[in-house]
Design a protein around this ligand. Structure first.
Ligand SMILES: [Zn+2]
Length: 91
């Protein structure tokens, strides 16, 4: 499930309500697909929508704290690059 993976990579807990409908997701407008993807934490909904809307493309508007894939440093959301090793957030 593409969207679920995108969200999971950003630490957003979610599950797909009806996994067996996944085969038709590509044919449905986003707003019809969205209810099938259940974000467990209401505070993550806005970010989840942003992630899905951008197709998971990394942007400078990542709104969560993140962990550097290069060195493991925990970074606050305003950093677009790791201050320790210079890596960008993983896509
Ligand atoms: Zn780093």
């Amino acid at each position: 499930m593409h969207y679920r993976n995108l969200l999971a990579e950003r630490g957003i807990a979610c599950h797909v309500r009806n996994y067996h409908s996944a085969s038709v997701l590509g044919e449905l407008p986003f707003l019809e697909v969205a209810p099938e993807l259940c974000v467990l934490d209401p505070r993550d909904v806005e970010l989840a929508q942003r992630v899905i809307a951008t197709g998971g493309v990394p942007t400078s508007t990542v709104l969560r704290d993140w962990t550097c894939a290069g060195c493991g440093e925990r970074l606050e959301r305003q950093f677009t690059h790791c201050w320790r090793c210079g890596a960008e957030p993983a896509p």
